[in-house]
Design a protein around this ligand. Structure first.
Ligand code: FUL
Length: 492
C-alpha cells in the first residue's frame, strides 16, 4: 500500500516537473536585443566642430583648428552619465559635417588636424578608456551623410570611405553595444569645395545589407539602431516619448533608414506604438537631448531639463518597454557644464532611491493558477527578485489569471513594475491592479503592453496591505517575470 502511494506521488510530481514551458508567442528577441533591453538607459554625446560654431549641422567646411577642447575629460562626461543611472554612452564619432573625432586613414578631415593634443589626440580612445574604467558600455554613431567629403554621392564614398570608417571604429574601439545609424542624409554641403546640393537614394545608396554586415561581423553583440531597425527602431519623435501602449514588434515599410515622414520607408508615428502583430522583434529607442539642442550652445545653459522632467521622460520611455537615449553636449572646454551635471546627478539619485527596495519582497504571492500545478517551477516565487527571465506561467488555457500579493502589513508605494519573460515573446495585452484598502479592493491602475518593462507611475501614494494584479487580456497563457512595488521619494 505504502509503495503504491509512493508510485502515485512520484508519477504526479514527475508530471508536474516535466510540464513543458509555454510555447513562445510571436516574434522573439535575439540575445543582443535582450542585452540592449537590460541596458535601459544610455547617453548619446555630441561634440565636434558644431560645439565651436554654435551650429547643429555643420556644413563640412569648418576649420579643424577651431576644435580645441583644452580640458576635455571623457571621465568627467562618462562619470556624470553614470551618476545619472545611465549604463552606456553612444559617441558621435562623426556627425553630418564629416569631421572624424578619431585619427582616421579615410579622410584628412579629422582630429589630427586640430590643435587638440598637438594633433595626436583621439577622442574615441579616451571615451573607450573612460568606459572601461567606469564599467559603462560604449556605442558609436558614424553619420552616413558626410557634407565634407568630395566623394559623397558617388559609390566610392560608400565603399572607400564610409565602410572603412565603420571598420576602423569597430576594430579599434570595441566592444560596442549599439551601432547608431542616423536617417538624415543628402542635401547641401561643402563636398570638397563643390558647395552644392547632392541627393542620394537612401534606400539603395548605402547598400545597407553590406554596410550592416560590418558591425555584425566586428561587433556581433551590438544591436543596429536605425529609423526602421533592423534591431532597434526609432520611436518616431525626438521628445523621448514612447506610446502609452508600445509594442516591441514592428514591420518596417522597407528595411532602410529614412527619417522623413511619408517618404515610403517608415511612418514615424508607427514607431511610437509599434505594432501588436508586427513581423519583427524591433523595440523602440527614445532619443531626446538634455538641452534643447544636441550640441552645446551657451545660450542654452539655463534651459537644461530638470531632474523632474528627466524622470517623466524615464517613465515614458523605459517605463513603456523602450530604452532612453539622452543627448549630452560637452562644451567648448570639452566638459559637461555644471548645470547639466547637477541635473543628471539629482535624477540618478531619485531613481536609485526609488528602486532600492522592492516593497513586494517578502510578500506572500497567491496566483490563481500555476502551470502544471503548484509544485512546478512556474510558480510566482521569483517575481520580486529583479530577475527578468525566471517567471510565473499559467496553464495553456488560463489567459486571464490573477495574482494576490499579500504584503502582511500596510505599505506605501507609488510605482508598480511589471515585466514579462520576453524570451517567450510579448504576450500580455492588458492588466488591472487593485489595492486592498479599508476592507475592500479598489482599482488603482490599468495598463496595456508590458513586454520587457512596464512602470506604472501612480498619481499619488497608495497605502495597502494587499495588492491584486489581474491580467485582463492575453491571447495565450502568461509568462510574467517581475512584480515590483516601489516608492518614489518626495511624493507626500
Ligand atoms: C538626428 C541628427 O540629424 C541630429 O543632428 C542628431 O545627431 C540626432 C541624434 O539625430 O537625426
Amino acid at each position: 500500500m505504502k509503495n503504491l502511494f509512493l508510485v502515485v506521488f512520484l508519477l504526479i510530481s514527475s508530471f508536474a516537473i516535466s510540464q513543458p514551458a509555454p510555447k513562445p508567442y510571436g516574434p522573439l528577441p535575439t540575445n543582443r536585443q535582450l542585452k540592449w533591453q537590460e541596458t535601459e538607459m544610455y547617453c548619446i554625446i555630441h561634440f565636434g566642430p558644431d560645439t565651436y560654431t554654435d551650429k547643429e549641422w555643420g556644413y563640412g567646411d569648418e576649420d579643424p583648428q577651431i576644435v580645441n577642447p583644452t580640458q576635455f575629460s571623457a571621465i568627467q562626461i562618462v562619470d556624470a552619465a553614470k551618476a545619472g543611472g545611465f549604463k552606456g554612452i553612444v559617441v558621435v564619432a562623426k556627425h553630418h559635417d564629416g569631421f572624424c573625432m578619431w585619427p582616421t586613414q579615410t579622410t584628412a578631415y579629422d582630429i589630427s588636424k586640430s590643435p587638440y593634443k598637438n594633433g595626436r589626440g583621439d577622442i574615441l580612445e579616451e571615451y573607450r578608456d573612460a568606459c572601461n574604467q567606469l564599467g559603462i558600455k560604449m556605442g558609436v554613431y558614424c553619420s552616413p551623410w558626410d557634407r565634407n567629403n568630395a566623394l559623397y554621392g558617388k559609390p566610392e564614398y560608400v565603399t572607400g570611405v564610409y565602410r572603412k570608417q565603420l571598420e576602423e571604429l569597430y576594430t579599434h574601439y570595441g566592444p560596442i553595444f549599439i551601432s547608431w545609424f542616423d536617417g538624415a542624409n543628402g542635401g547641401d554641403g561643402y563636398y570638397g569645395g563643390a558647395r552644392e546640393v547632392r541627393k542620394i537614394d537612401r534606400s539603395t545608396y548605402y547598400g545597407w545589407d553590406t554596410t550592416w554586415a560590418i558591425p555584425r561581423k566586428l561587433a556581433p553583440d551590438a544591436v543596429l539602431f536605425g529609423d526602421v531597425g533592423p534591431d532597434v527602431r526609432w520611436v518616431g519623435n525626438e521628445n523621448g516619448r514612447a506610446g502609452e501602449t508600445c509594442w516591441e514588434a514592428y514591420t518596417p515599410h522597407a528595411p532602410n533608414p529614412g527619417k522623413t515622414p511619408g517618404n515610403g520607408y517608415t511612418k514615424d508615428f508607427e514607431g511610437t506604438q509599434g505594432q501588436r502583430h508586427g513581423k519583427y522583434w524591433m523595440p523602440a529607442e527614445c532619443d531626446v537631448s538634455l538641452r534643447p539642442g544636441w550640441f552645446y550652445h551657451k545660450d542654452q545653459d539655463d534651459k537644461i531639463k530638470s531632474p523632474d522632467s528627466l524622470l517623466r521622460l524615464y517613465y515614458q520611455s523605459v517605463g513603456r518597454g523602450a530604452c532612453l537615449d539622452l543627448g549630452l553636449s560637452p562644451d567648448k572646454r570639452g566638459l559637461l557644464f555644471d548645470n547639466d551635471v547637477n541635473s543628471l546627478k539629482k535624477f540618478g539619485g531619485i531613481l536609485k532611491e526609488t528602486f532600492a527596495v522592492n516593497l513586494a519582497k517578502g510578500a506572500t504571492l497567491m496566483p490563481s493558477n500555476v502551470r502544471g500545478g503548484n509544485k512546478t517551477k512556474f510558480g510566482p516565487q521569483n517575481l520580486t527578485d529583479n530577475n527578468r527571465y525566471s517567471y510565473w506561467a499559467t496553464d495553456d488555457t488560463v489567459t486571464t489569471p490573477q495574482l494576490i500579493v499579500n504584503l502582511h502589513r500596510k505599505k506605501i508605494f507609488n510605482v508598480i513594475r511589471l515585466r514579462e519573460n520576453i524570451k517567450l515573446g510579448q504576450r500580455i495585452e492588458a492588466v488591472a491592479v487593485d489595492a486592498w484598502t479599508d476592507g475592500k479592493w479598489a482599482q488603482i491602475a490599468l495598463a496595456t503592453s508590458i513586454g520587457g518593462n512596464r512602470l506604472i507611475r501612480l498619481p499619488e501614494n497608495v497605502t495597502a496591505s494587499k495588492v491584486r494584479l489581474r491580467i485582463t487580456q492575453s491571447p495565450v497563457c502568461i509568462a510574467l517575470s517581475d512584480f515590483g512595488l516601489f516608492k518614489e521619494p518626495n511624493k507626500i
